[in-house]
Design a protein around this ligand. Structure first.
Ligand SMILES: C[S@@+](CC[C@H](N)C(=O)[O-])C[C@H]1O[C@@H](n2cnc3c(N)ncnc32)[C@H](O)[C@@H]1O
Length: 293
């Protein structure tokens, strides 16, 4: 068998030939996964030889990368707000831009106080768990339509020692009893009827955007990306009912499709919410809405 240096060079060339972005880094990340070592270790041990079994596993994972399997799925991990989250094909891979929701909450709320958070469509649990890591006196409920997704969120919760302050509920927000059920669960969990803060990163892509997804994104769960309608169904269900579940002066933070911001503005106004603002992402697009109840 050959050295780490040899295989890194060989697989970098192969990935490059197959149009994989950042081929050297990808080759290194995947090798570190197979060897169960840190990325740093692979820099410091270039002359070490790998075993036949490790080589075979490396070949397998490189083949998946050539098919554009997302690297986070291959590594089974994605960092979000400096925490490590387990990810798999049942979860959306947390996106760095979503971290802005946690930043906004930190700007507006005092960490020393108690808040009850609700995360709708929690996925890996990345938003809720990152918030609860910062707000140590607070509690939160995460919901998702898929049990398999919630199982990953639960694992992430345990890994981050947040089980006593978190609940995960398998519920579809299209269910007509959704709001009543969530309210009842919150009452039992926190003693309060309403949430102080509701966060979400719902599926919001448009039908035509689904046709132009990058090869990697095509591996992610469709229901995490697209509501099978107009990318607005979440806002149409939740915004008109905010008063029912959100406390007076409470906050609603949600990621949005910048292309839909006017329509979301209209939903707010139609439902007598005038205290709202859009927040830009790094590319200056209206990516988030903040509603104050
Ligand atoms: C864009 S992903 C966001 C995941 C995670 N919050 C994040 O930011 O990485 C949307 C999530 O909403 C969930 N979801 C989609 N439709 C839903 C519904 N009708 N009821 C509850 N959850 C839903 C999906 O399963 C998915 O986990």
């Amino acid at each position: 068998m050959e050295t780490i240096k040899y295989y890194l060079n060989e697989k970098t060339k192969l990935l490059k030939k197959n149009f994989v972005n950042l081929p050297r880094l990808e080759a290194r990340l995947l090798l570190s996964k197979i060897l169960n070592k840190s990325l740093n270790w692979t820099y410091l041990n270039l002359e070490k030889k790998i075993t036949k079994k490790q080589f075979e596993n490396y070949e397998k994972i490189i083949k998946k990368k050539i098919k554009r399997f997302p690297t986070a799925y291959l590594l089974e991990n994605k960092e979000f707000y400096s925490l490590n989250f387990k990810v798999n094909k049942n979860t959306l891979i947390p996106r760095p831009e979503t971290e802005a929701i946690v930043d906004e909450i930190k700007k507006n709320l005092n960490k020393k106080n108690f808040f009850s958070f609700l995360d709708l469509g929690t996925g890996t649990g990345c938003i809720l768990l990152s918030i609860l890591k910062e707000f140590k006196k607070s509690v939160g409920i995460g919901t998702d339509i898929h049990l398999k997704t919630l199982n990953v969120a639960k694992l992430n919760c345990k890994k981050n020692n947040l089980t006593s302050r978190t609940k995960f509920i398998n519920l579809d927000w299209n269910n007509k009893f959704f709001l009543r059920k969530i309210k009842k669960i919150n009452k039992k969990f926190t003693g309060f009827k309403k949430f102080n803060v509701i966060v979400s990163n719902p599926p919001y892509l448009l039908k035509n955007e689904m046709k132009t997804l990058s090869p990697e994104v095509k591996f992610e769960p469709v229901q995490a990306l697209y509501d099978n309608k107009d990318g607005l169904s979440f806002y149409k269900i939740i915004i008109p009912n905010l008063n029912f579940i959100l406390s007076k002066n409470g906050y609603f933070y949600s990621e949005i499709n910048p292309k839909n911001y006017k329509k979301i503005e209209n939903i707010c106004k139609k439902n007598n919410f005038f205290n709202f603002k859009f927040i830009n992402d790094l590319s200056k697009k209206k990516r988030f809405i903040l509603i104050r109840n």
